[in-house]
Design a protein around this ligand. Structure first.
Ligand code: AMP
Length: 349
């Protein structure tokens, strides 16, 4: 039996560890928080910071391959590990996705359209960039933003930008042009060690307060738009020499054109539906990819809707339990803080 190291102990690590166990792999979680969601179902946990040198040495000694469940793993730690054993997805994918400017430059370099953007390093940069975009745009920190945190939307030229750069922390930022999208979709795709690529169907996503609320499959898009999403994901996976599952988010314009928003070099919340509506979920697909097993084809047997259970939503559990054709997945978190992802439910259409 072989051992997979997973950096990060959240719900994504938990679902990866569960999928790994079904294929006879052992898992070791590297995570500073004791009794984290992933460690509850894994074989063991190394309780240490993600860049702790001793912990990384132990992980390298005890594992056959290392993966991660979030994109803010320190690139140095991933590169250091990759000198001793395979680290999948490749550390280059972390580097590209950790900085919104680098990410957009990379996507544009792959021939994939993104929002127009300016790098912002001062209030003066911001004012100049807003003038270029007729006062409209979305200001985001370049690094460490998630679930809509570290963002400010400028709706029109009357929106006062005074102090906006400092309000976001005065850190390197990006102003993106405002994309007048009709809907948002994402695609989950995988690339194996042998270069085989497999894509799931695109999902249509609705966000509430910057957090994913529902993913619906099939998305209300035509075949050409779905194919464009598959081609974009394929281009990204190939350019990175990627191994594992990737999540890629897009805005869809009224004419069906796709504008890429971001890539996540890991299993993705908008792919949780695959657990209920596909024979092989994104979690198993990732484990298959990084361990050199054959990929599944990614086809679905049902349409479905996945809804996140956030904070107090967990109180509605009896309602979900009574719902026909609904699969519930809880993450083992004891405290239901506002905005915290406690679980999800997927019901087949
Ligand atoms: P992000 O953190 O980049 O995923 O952004 C969170 C959400 O904000 C997205 O899912 C969109 O709903 C919205 N958003 C982000 N960037 C833009 C943009 N450039 N134009 C319009 N809406 C955006």
């Amino acid at each position: 039996m072989r051992t997979i190291g997973i950096i990060g102990g959240g719900q994504l690590g938990r679902m990866l560890a569960m999928a790994a166990a079904r294929l006879n792999f052992r898992t070791i979680i590297l995570e500073p928080q004791v009794d984290c969601p992933a460690a509850q179902v894994a074989n063991s946990q190394i309780v240490a910071a993600y860049d702790d040198p001793t912990a990384l040495e132990r992980l390298a000694a005890e594992c056959d391959v290392v993966t991660y469940e979030f994109e803010n793993v320190p690139v140095d730690a991933a590169e250091r590990l990759s000198r001793s054993l395979p680290v999948f997805p490749p550390p280059k994918a972390l580097e590209v996705s950790q900085d919104r400017v680098t990410e957009k430059q990379f996507l544009n370099g792959c021939g994939i359209e993104t929002a127009r953007f300016h790098a912002i390093d001062s209030q003066a940069d911001l004012e100049q960039a807003l003038a270029d975009f007729s006062g409209k745009g979305v200001l985001k920190t370049r690094r460490l933003g998630y679930d809509g945190k570290g963002q400010r939307v400028f709706k029109d030229a009357t929106d006062d930008a005074t102090g906006a750069y400092a309000a976001l922390g005065g850190v390197p930022s990006i102003l993106e042009s405002f994309v007048p999208f009709e809907r948002e979709i994402s695609i989950i795709a995988a690339r194996g060690i042998d270069g085989t690529i497999s894509c799931y169907d695109p999902a249509e996503n609705i966000h509430r307060n910057g957090i994913l609320h529902t993913s619906t499959v099939p998305a209300s898009i035509n075949g050409a738009t779905a194919e464009a999403a598959r081609l974009a994901a394929t281009a990204v996976l190939t350019a990175l020499g990627y191994v594992g599952v990737i999540g890629m988010e897009f805005f869809v314009l009224a004419d069906g054109t796709l504008i890429a928003n971001e890539i996540a070099p890991r299993v993705h919340n908008s792919g949780h539906w695959t657990e209920a509506a596909c024979v092989v979920s994104q979690f198993e697909q990732h484990i298959r990819a990084i361990s050199g097993l054959a990929l599944a084809d990614g086809s679905k047997h049902s349409g479905c809707i996945m809804q996140n259970l956030i904070g107090d939503d967990i109180d509605d559990l009896p309602v979900w339990l009574a719902k026909p054709n609904a699969m519930i997945h809880l993450y083992g978190k004891t405290e239901a803080r506002p905005g915290r992802k406690m679980g999800h439910v997927t019901w087949l259409a």
